[in-house]
Design a protein around this ligand. Structure first.
Ligand SMILES: [Fe+2]
Length: 191
């Protein structure tokens, strides 16, 4: 891998970086057990294993001094009342932060600490989100038509711990209700 400076672009529209080393896709089946309405999940999965989101990564060595980068694209849609979202994760090296810069769409970043302190921040084009060390994070797309597109960067040694969230979920959910978009307590959290 080159150690000389480099540039790349993220053209609008499309938001596929001009340099991509790794293309990751996550479908509905990859988020089994994560959505609140399990019946709605089963019905949707029965029809189609819908693409929920894609990530285009620019790889760097998994070293503390490095920064990994990429663009995440979460598609619009819902499982029951719950908006499409990413799996969400803690970093394996918990004391590592992440920066997100929203390029398109509307949504939220749902976050929490290992102690269960929640935080939910709105994402819209031009907004920058700083996720401090120790906070698990999940992107939620609340746009009706548009993708939620974010650029992200985080330390090369951070790693991903998906298992903790797979087991316990996040304590806050983002739902589409009669009164609009609502952030509610997750009744299944840590159960
Ligand atoms: Fe992360």
């Amino acid at each position: 891998m080159s150690d000389t400076p480099f540039t790349f672009s993220i053209p609008n529209p499309g938001f596929i970086p001009s340099r991509v080393d790794n293309h990751i896709t996550r479908r509905l089946s990859a988020l089994r057990g994560q959505f609140l309405d399990q019946d709605a999940y089963a019905r949707l999965l029965d029809r189609e294993d819908t693409l929920l989101y894609a990530v285009n990564e620019i790889k760097r060595p998994a070293a503390a001094g490095e920064l990994l980068m990429g663009v995440s694209i979460v598609h619009p849609g819902k499982v029951g009342k719950e908006f499409f979202m990413t799996k969400g994760h803690f970093h394996t090296v918990l004391d590592t932060a992440e920066v997100y810069y929203c390029l398109r769409g509307e949504g939220f970043m749902v976050m929490e600490t290992p102690e269960g302190h929640p935080a939910v921040e709105r994402l819209s084009p031009g907004r920058v989100l700083y996720v401090p060390p120790r906070w698990a994070h999940r992107s939620v797309c609340t746009s009706r038509q548009e993708d939620l597109v974010t650029f992200f960067t985080y330390p090369g040694n951070a790693g991903h711990d998906y298992g903790t969230i797979e087991q316990q979920g996040f304590c806050k959910l983002v739902l589409d209700t009669e009164k609009g978009i609502a952030i509610v307590d997750n009744p299944r959290w840590r159960k």
